[in-house]
Design a protein. Structure first.
Length: 134
């Protein structure tokens, strides 16, 4: 099995806060896009990214699951733990999940999410990708 993982940070220009569960402040949030296969490693990358953003003083974050293709093993458990720990640490984390299966997992875990689509304005954009292939 071939594995690959990457974290990419790019500045974003527009400004449009998300007004859904886990309301964000008036300033544009940091958007974290998860891409590919959601496994424990991707969950750890998200946890590390959220911790790094917290150290940088970022408190309004959107985690976008739009490009997650599959949930593998305990990946969802690690991601939900990372989001919960960040929320308990005082950060506002909004979750966007359009996929029906992911929304069901969030509902079962009692984690608020939004299924709103459309572009998110962001002060900063972080892309975290992981793909598993046979």
């Amino acid at each position: 099995m071939v594995e690959s993982a990457a974290v990419y940070v790019e500045p974003a220009q527009s400004h449009s806060p998300l007004g859904e569960p886990g309301r964000l402040a008036a300033a544009a949030p940091v958007v974290v896009d998860l891409i590919g296969d959601l496994d424990a490693t991707l969950g750890e990358l998200l946890a590390d990214t959220l911790a790094s953003l917290a150290r940088a003083g970022e408190s309004d974050i959107v985690v976008n699951f739009k490009h997650v293709e599959a949930v593998v093993g305990d990946g969802f458990g690690r991601v939900s733990r990372a989001i919960t720990e960040s929320r308990l640490g005082g950060r506002t984390i909004a979750v966007q999940a359009r996929d029906r299966r992911l929304r069901a997992l969030f509902k079962e875990a009692r984690l608020p999410y939004s299924d709103r689509s459309g572009a998110l304005g962001a002060r900063r954009h972080v892309l975290i990708g992981r793909h598993l292939s046979a």
